[in-house]
Design a protein around this ligand. Structure first.
Ligand code: B12
Length: 222
């Protein structure tokens, strides 16, 4: 990995949002995730490489340190903010110039869950592949999914959950949505989700990453 990407990964891991951010003290006055992402792009780094080689491994390290009680929620939040600052610069690269939309994709993080970095990445990639995305945000209850599907017949639905506790919420929401729309296609994802869980809750498709969802949607639209 280039020095620049290493620095970017460090900025995200330690929650250095931009140059002006006072936190963390050891990086005071130095470039943060925002400037370093811009520099990497200017130097010709591929947006996908920035994501896969720097940003995602940095968040994995954050998760690891959190599990080991080496950092706590505030540090995790700052890392998420730094990741958001980096993603802001990547977003235009994942958006496509397609004129005709391939369909509508309704996406949300399920009720009880506030994690949105993975969801935002998935929506960016799906938008980039030519779909119109309606992002319902985080902590989304069944009622919100259902009213949005009613307003957008034929849409495909995506759900994200990052907590083992909100997997049950996902299960309930899939059941509620299925009751109203038996034939709707539902794609699920998030770190604790598996193929077996997908089968168990009668969702249509699980992917551990956005690329899998993009491929599935491409097949659906074909
Ligand atoms: C950042 C973070 C936070 C931030 C979130 C900020 C934000 N805006 O999202 C904050 C500080 C708010 C937070 C809070 C909490 N968190 Co947290 N958090 C994380 C952390 C470090 C990173 C998550 C992340 O963004 N990863 C990077 C993204 C890119 O990955 P991702 O979300 O997995 O998404 C990818 C795939 O899963 C997939 N994907 C995701 N969704 C979907 C959907 C579809 C349809 C598809 C196809 C694919 C897909 O594509 C993405 C790209 O590849 C994880 C650790 C980890 N490594 O996952 C813990 C983690 C998820 N958190 C955890 C915990 C315990 C909590 C709290 C309960 C802590 C507390 N005591 O308060 C709270 C819960 C708050 C709530 N109600 O939601 C635990 C969960 C344990 C468990 N198994 O349940 C983890 C695993 C940390 C740990 N190791 O213990 N957290």
């Amino acid at each position: 990995m280039s020095d620049l990407l290493l620095k970017l990964a460090e900025a995200v891991e330690f929650g250095k949002v931009d140059k002006n951010a006072p936190y963390p003290p050891q990086l005071k006055g130095q470039d943060g995730a925002s400037e370093l992402t811009q520099q990497a792009l200017e130097e010709g780094a591929l947006p996908s490489a920035i994501l896969q080689d720097a940003l995602i491994p940095a968040m994995d390290k954050v998760g690891q340190k959190f599990s080991e009680n080496k950092i706590f929620v505030p540090q995790m939040l700052l890392a998420a903010k730094a990741m958001g600052a980096a993603m802001f610069h990547l977003k235009p690269f994942f958006q496509s110039g397609d004129i005709k939309s391939k369909g509508t994709f309704i996406m949300g993080t399920v009720k009880g869950d506030l994690h949105d970095i993975g969801k935002n990445l998935v929506t960016m990639m799906i938008e980039g592949s030519g779909w119109t995305v309606i992002d319902l945000g985080v902590d989304v209850p069944s009622t919100k999914f259902i009213e949005t599907i009613k307003a957008n017949p034929g849409a495909v639905v995506g759900m994200s959950a990052l907590l083992t506790t909100t997997m049950t919420s996902m299960q309930d929401i899939v059941a509620d949505v299925r009751k109203e729309f038996p034939d709707i296609k539902i794609i699920i994802g998030g770190a604790p989700i598996t193929h077996d869980f997908c089968k168990q809750i009668h969702a249509d498709f699980y992917s551990p990453d956005p690329q899998g969802a993009v491929k599935y949607l491409k097949e659906l639209a074909a």
